[in-house]
Design a binder for this molecule. Structure first.
Ligand code: NAP
Ligand code: ZN
Length: 369
């Protein structure tokens, strides 16, 4: 029997000028809001101007918290939550790439709950999170439609801020307008598109996938591959449209399945070596794609038919775009990774019986022994 279970509570407004055209939605959430964003993305993309016009039109007060960094810190979300409480805002708006959007999800929890910060990862909150609107400015994470908030934990014992995910935070509504991605430079556009491709391919071969998520994953992967295949210099507007659509498809797919081992393995490259998230995941993507195709030839045939390409070309394309620099890991570092990955549930949802030993073998294969 077909497995068609799927849950998606986010109201998605999509397309050029979707904020201007749906400005009245903002007033349905209250009279005062906190805007959560990074230093520049909201301004240079034009998204902040569009949001402020919508707020002004409907006489909604606002305060701006623009201190979210790349790979958002839990402590910054707690701080913004306290501001939201003292200012008695009714709702939260996140504007930016995955970092501000994920941060805004966490802020919506801290804004309505007095709680020990690490409890956010347990999921049961006394009070409902404040309503949340998200406005994306990168075409990558799909955070607009996922329930995940990936935070770097800088509170507690760890010396390095490690990534941890909250699993259950959907926005009330998201606005997706590719025009905000025009101000992204070439390297961030490529890194974020590789993140989308990782979402689509990991989700497609995930043990948690079903017919619906696989459909989204194939659509998203096809759009990204089409863009990369035709890429010749700067991204065109048409290509940016395709990448933004792909990022939403990828988000819709991982909302059902989560990600697999490319994401868990990529995290340490971001935390310890400051590699951009999309590149860090894509380092492990060719091996994942080969493994998925080897273990499920029927699924592989369907995907390769959709992408109109062969496995070896696709792996070469990803490797060329990723351009990772080999790193040297000491035995102590490898032992630490083993300890972390033992507890990682993304390994279990990867195809086959992917183990920590397989992961270590892959590390040696990619970076050298
Ligand atoms: P990001 O970390 O949000 O932003 C990367 C850089 O791009 C920042 O310097 C940012 O500036 C800049 N930027 C963003 N939009 C721009 C625009 N339109 N024009 C010019 N510059 C712009 O990048 P991201 O790849 O979208 O997000 C990565 C984060 O998302 C990671 O923490 C990752 O773990 C997480 N993630 C979440 C999910 C999920 O489902 N929730 C899925 C995958 C990944 P500012 O500093 O000014 O903002
Ligand atoms: Zn990702």
């Amino acid at each position: 029997m077909l497995n068609l279970s799927y849950y998606m509570p986010v109201k998605l407004f999509y397309g050029a000028d979707c904020i201007k055209q749906n400005a009245c939605y903002f007033q349905s959430l209250g009279r005062k809001c906190l805007i959560v964003t990074g230093k520049n993305s909201a301004k240079v993309s034009g998204a902040l101007d569009d949001v402020l016009q919508a707020l002004e039109k409907h006489q909604i007060d606002f305060i701006i918290f623009d201190e979210i960094k790349q790979n958002p810190l839990l402590s910054d979300c707690v701080r913004a939550g306290k501001i939201a409480q003292s200012e008695q805002v009714d709702f939260v708006i996140g504007i930016g790439g995955g970092s501000p959007l994920d941060a805004a999800k966490a802020v919506s929890v801290f804004a309505s709950n007095e709680m020990e910060p690490l409890k956010i990862f347990e999921g049961n909150y006394v009070n409902r999170p404040l309503p949340l609107i998200l406005v994306g400015t990168t075409a990558g994470t799909g955070s607009e439609v996922t329930p995940y908030s990936v935070l770097n934990v800088d509170i507690g014992e760890d010396k390095v801020a490690r990534k941890r995910s909250v699993q259950n935070l959907y926005a009330a509504a998201s606005f997706g307008d590719y025009q905000y991605t025009r101000s992204l430079n070439q390297s961030i556009t490529i890194a974020t598109a590789l993140d989308t491709l990782s979402h689509c391919i990991e989700s497609y071969f995930s043990k948690k996938s079903n017919t619906i998520s696989e459909g989204f994953a194939k659509q998203g992967a096809k759009l990204v591959i089409d863009v990369f295949r035709d890429l010749n210099g700067e991204f065109t507007d048409k290509q940016r449209q395709k990448l933004y659509a792909a990022s939403i498809y990828g988000g819709l797919a991982i909302a059902k399945t989560g990600t697999c081992y490319c994401h868990s393995m990529g995290y340490f490259l971001t935390e310890d070596y400051q590699v951009a998230h999309g590149i860090a995941c894509a380092v492990f993507l060719p091996s994942f794609l080969r493994l998925g195709c080897e273990l499920d030839t029927k699924k592989a045939d369907e995907l390769l038919f959709e992408l109109d390409d062969n496995l070896s070309n696709l792996c070469d394309m990803i490797e060329n775009l990723t351009q990772y620099r080999p790193i040297y890991l000491t035995q102590t570092q490898k032992n630490e990774l083993c300890e972390r990955w033992k507890k990682d549930n993304k390994f279990a949802s990867s195809p086959g019986n992917f183990t920590v030993a397989d992961a270590m073998e892959l590390i040696d294969e990619i970076f050298g022994v």
